[in-house]
Design a protein around this ligand. Structure first.
Ligand code: KIV
Length: 267
């Protein structure tokens, strides 16, 4: 199977083939996603709340992102491996951004990095990264690293002014050199307008069906996270309920001396 690169995703947009992307935080899941031909695996900073027990994505460190990126790299073969830059590691100083991103690429094996927002300072950092030959993915809409400013997880881009601001940000990001753009929790009409306006592919998460691809948090898709989940999630399994059932049954068997049996014992 051919390796997915930034060129592949651009060609997929051009031939209108949808891009399938999922978050991924460990080697075993990366192997599974590769076996099922998922095009893009994202080591999201959502690892903070999904796996590491933080309240939101703000506390996760570069070291923690590096640890998970290395794990995903070990299990990854075909998918394009994108890693999130953590909060306050790229926003203000382009030299800092290159140094920090460089760690995820050199030591972690990331093939691209994702950054949130399109302020003039962030655009400056993106240009420095692109000049340093590091492929960059943008992220607009409900950017979780801005949660303190937003005051909660709310749909963004509602109303003409807000929609226009997202479209402008998207154009600025494309001009600065990002090769793909994640749009999170925006009205479907905004997802469609941005997708039509850009030559680079858009990946939606709660941005309607017209984006060039879709991304979900893999634990949400598998039903491993607890409800209530965001409106844009469709859980394709209920692994949490199944896991509870299995742990309960095993515990009861241990207590009742039914595990291990002859089949699980050596002679
Ligand atoms: O960290 C994350 O999970 C993300 C999403 C786009 C899924 O950035």
């Amino acid at each position: 199977m051919e390796k997915v690169t930034r060129r592949t995703v651009r060609e997929m947009k051009e031939r209108k083939e949808k891009i399938a992307a999922l978050t991924c935080y460990d080697a075993a899941t990366a192997r599974l996603l590769n076996e099922e031909s998922v095009d893009v695996v994202l080591v999201g900073d959502s690892v903070a709340n999904v796996k590491l027990g933080y309240e939101n994505t703000l506390p996760v460190t570069l070291e923690e992102m590096l640890h998970h990126t290395k794990a995903v790299k070990r299990g990854n073969s075909r998918a394009l491996l994108v890693a999130d830059m953590p909060f306050l590691t790229y926003e203000f100083d382009p030299a800092d951004a290159v140094r920090n991103v460089g760690r995820l690429v050199k030591a972690g094996g990331a093939e691209a990095v994702k950054v949130e927002g399109a302020t003039p300072e962030i655009l400056r950092s993106i240009r420095a990264l692109v000049d340093a030959n590091i492929p960059v993915v943008g992220h607009l809409g409900l950017t979780p690293q801005s949660i303190l400013r937003f005051g909660g997880y709310r749909v963004q881009g509602r109303g003409a002014g807000a929609a226009k601001a997202i479209l402008k940000g998207a154009r600025d990001l494309e001009k600065a050199g990002v090769f793909m753009l994640v749009l999170e929790a925006v009205p479907a009409a905004v997802g469609r307008a941005v997708t039509r306006a850009l030559r680079i592919p858009t990946i939606g998460i709660g941005a309607g069906p017209d984006c060039d691809g879709q991304v979900l948090v893999v634990d949400d898709l598998l039903g491993l996270t607890s409800a209530p989940r965001p409106k844009f999630v469709r859980a394709y399994a209920d692994l949490r309920a199944e896991s509870v059932r299995a742990v309960r049954a095993w515990r009861k068997d241990v207590k009742d001396r039914r595990f291990p049996g002859p089949n699980e014992s050596y002679v």
